[in-house]
Design a protein around this ligand. Structure first.
Ligand code: AMP
Length: 432
């Protein structure tokens, strides 16, 4: 199967050749023809599968086929949950539309809105946006969505995790009823299905193999270790392995900062990205990580979402996520674009139930190793530490209900997620 056989126009094929893509990825082969036919699409795809090109290429094809309108209203809207993802999708849109007469722009919060407004005023065909800034500019009368023909909701599951449901509903009301809709999501919870039903009309469903395919090409390992020895172990692994590009996940922003400082003290160049960092600091950290001047990027789940770093060799979970699906998202950073990767997790006794939940989700048990001098504490409790109950922070912010363990009821897990979502939304509105 070639890109040409999918029916894409020559200017797009030229841009694809320039990118060096030879064959369409499975999600592209499945999604592109349906989008070109003008159908609504519900696609299950994780980052790393080539999903961005899966919706961007046919979208650009369709827009370029239809005659341009005089004042260049926004004809395609791509909504993403995070600033980083918005920036990356926009970069892709720019690349793929290089040989077309189409204009695009990106808007997200945390940066000056004036240049964004100025760009939109000149007229753009494709707008990539995060929900907060989009609604903000719309409220100010700086943009209109009344002429949108194609709407893409990217990483819909993360949108809901971040509490953007209301914003999405608001955005929907601003667009014409008659339009083409594409919804991409890595996971399909009940809430996502409900959202999909409310947005899509008779959608074509596109799936790439099983939901957790990304896991299969990744070499996974668990290091059982005492909680207090994790920092020493991670420094040892990175130093002795002489790893040059390592993405490390922590559960909290505070934890990310703390670990980053310890790495730097140990002589490892490191930077942290999370919702409390300014957009400038995040962009700088990411650029340093990509160009190799920063060896370790320490990130929280939300900040790391959507980061596009091809050929990322190592991902380390300094702490396991308390939501199993996040593990799949995290390790999906490795093995991108066909390259194999290694995903390591440092697991202390209190994370035992998270590990079980993850193994259940991915349908396999992960190989365990214990490093001499960094053994687990045999007396440590296996009770999970509640989200927000980091011993060093968030005092007084505890939730009362017991945190989910893998055997716990889905309701308790959801209620914790909702609490944490609401809390995050209140305390960290600049996250996207
Ligand atoms: P995505 O899942 O959209 O984040 O894409 C993951 C990575 O795969 C990006 O670095 C893309 O540039 C790359 N990519 C997308 N499509 C292809 C393709 N057909 N062949 C090779 N690489 C691709």
């Amino acid at each position: 199967m070639s890109f040409k056989a999918l029916g894409l126009s020559e200017p797009l094929l030229k841009a694809i050749r320039k990118k060096g893509y030879e064959t369409p990825s499975p999600i592209q082969a499945k999604a592109i023809p349906s989008v070109l036919e003008g159908k609504d699409v519900l696609a299950s795809a994780q980052t790393g599968t080539g999903k961005t090109a899966g919706f961007t290429l046919p979208l650009l094809h369709l827009l370029s086929e239809n005659p341009k309108q005089k004042f260049r209203p926004i004809r395609a809207l791509i909504l993403t949950p995070t600033r980083e993802l918005a920036a990356q999708v926009f970069a892709n849109v720019k690349e793929y539309s290089e040989f077309l007469n189409l204009r695009s722009a990106v808007i997200f919060g945390g940066v000056n809105q004036k240049p964004q407004i100025a760009t939109i005023r000149k007229g753009v065909d494709v707008l990539v946006a995060t929900p907060g800034r989009l609604l903000d500019l719309q409220n100010q009368g700086a943009l209109s969505l009344k002429r949108v023909e194609i709407f893409v909701l990217d990483e819909a599951d993360r949108m809901l995790d971040m509490g953007f449901l209301r914003d999405i509903e608001r955005v929907m009301k601003l667009m014409p009823d008659k339009r083409q809709n594409l919804l991409f999501s890595a996971t399909f919870s009940k809430d996502i299905k409900k959202l999909a039903y409310s947005i899509l009309n008779n959608p074509v469903q596109v799936e790439t193999a099983r939901q957790n395919t990304a896991v299969e090409v990744i070499d996974q390992k668990v290091y059982r270790v005492a909680k207090g020895k994790k920092t020493g172990l991670i420094i040892k692994l990175i130093s002795e392995g002489n790893w040059k590009q390592v993405l490390v996940f922590t559960r909290t922003k505070h934890g990310a900062n703390k670990l980053c400082k310890k790495m730097i003290s140990a002589g490892i160049t490191a930077a942290a990205i999370h919702g409390n960092k300014s957009q400038g600091a995040r962009t700088k950290a990411l650029a340093g990580f990509k160009n190799g001047s920063v060896r370790v990027l320490v990130a929280t789940d939300i900040a790391a979402r959507g980061i596009d770093i091809p050929l990322l060799p190592h991902v380390i979970n300094f702490e396991l996520p308390n939501i199993s699906e996040d593990y799949v998202h995290r390790i999906g950073r490795t093995g991108r674009a066909g390259a194999e990767g290694q995903a390591l997790s440092l697991v202390s006794a209190d994370e035992t139930s998270y590990l079980k939940g993850i193994e259940k989700l991915i349908g396999e048990s992960i190989e365990v190793e214990i490093v001499e001098g960094f053994e687990p504490d045999p007396n440590a409790s296996t009770e999970p530490i509640k989200p927000g109950q980091n011993r060093n922070q968030n005092k007084g912010r505890r939730t009362n209900s017991r945190n989910s363990n893998s055997k716990g009821s889905g309701n308790s897990r959801n209620s914790n997620r909702n609490k944490s979502r609401n809390r995050n939304r209140n305390t960290d509105s600049k996250r996207n």
